[in-house]
Ligand binder design. Structure first.
Ligand code: DX5
Ligand code: ZN
Length: 219
């Protein structure tokens, strides 16, 4: 079994201190940094883009796990690669040609992630599973932090885990949205090996992020 990794979402960090916040996450034992990019069009919220990611890059050495909730995404992939993204995750609904977008990310020597919204079926990505590095299962509707976890998406995690095992594939299974100390173990048991968390990491236990990262891995 793969080691469980925690990818804290900086959506819940103090935006006026993002450089310090990601340093703090690295010290606290985060495995990577989850960067939620929203465009106010694909999702009804706006966050940050390439210049901010580029400015943050020098503040920590962890991998940047960049979740693009923007449409159309294809023509922006290069800008995120140049800004310092290590993993670029896109939504199938945000591109006219998923294989071209996957190829583009690979060509730029970045890891490829594909994200499935709660209502998006695994069929959309089955033929790409051999070629990609990560599947991001959304356990809330994308757009905002602090929403309630949707346990029904765990069926997709289980299905992907079975394919992963049966076909001896290497992609990571990441889960994103509403992860807390009560449901993290169910996500791990279903087969997720990377947990994204914003609210739980930054707000629980008076913001003790080290404790919260440890608790998410062990609960
Ligand atoms: C939602 C984002 C998530 C979210 C996670 O669109 O993709 O990464 O910020 O935050 P919490 O843990 O608060 O649900
Ligand atoms: Zn995300």
């Amino acid at each position: 079994m793969k080691k469980i990794k925690i990818s804290p979402s900086i959506l819940s960090a103090d935006f006026s201190e993002l450089g310090k916040e990601i340093k703090r996450l690295e010290k606290a034992g985060a495995d990577m940094i989850h960067v939620d990019v929203m465009d106010g069009h694909f999702v009804p919220n706006l966050t940050i883009g390439p210049p901010v990611i580029k400015a943050l890059r020098k503040h920590c050495s962890l991998k940047f796990d960049v979740h693009l909730m923007i449409s159309p995404v294809h023509e922006y992939i290069e800008a995120y690669a140049d800004a310092g993204a290590d993993i670029i995750t896109i939504h199938p609904e945000a591109t006219n040609n998923l294989s071209e977008s996957i190829y583009k990310i690979k060509e730029l020597k970045k890891k490829v992630g594909i994200s499935l919204n709660p209502e998006t079926k695994t069929d959309v990505i089955k033929k790409y599973l051999k070629d990609i590095d990560l599947v991001l299962i959304m356990s809330v509707h994308p757009g905002f932090g602090g929403q309630k976890f949707m346990p029904e998406v765990l069926d997709k995690v289980r299905e992907l885990k079975t394919i992963h095992k049966d076909q001896n594939l290497t992609f990571d299974i990441e889960i994103d949205g509403g992860i807390n100390f009560e449901n993290s173990q169910s996500a791990i048991d279903a087969g997720a090996n990377i947990l994204v968390s914003g609210t739980t990491i930054f707000k629980s236990n008076n913001g003790d992020i080290k404790k919260n990262i440890e608790l998410l891995k062990s609960s």
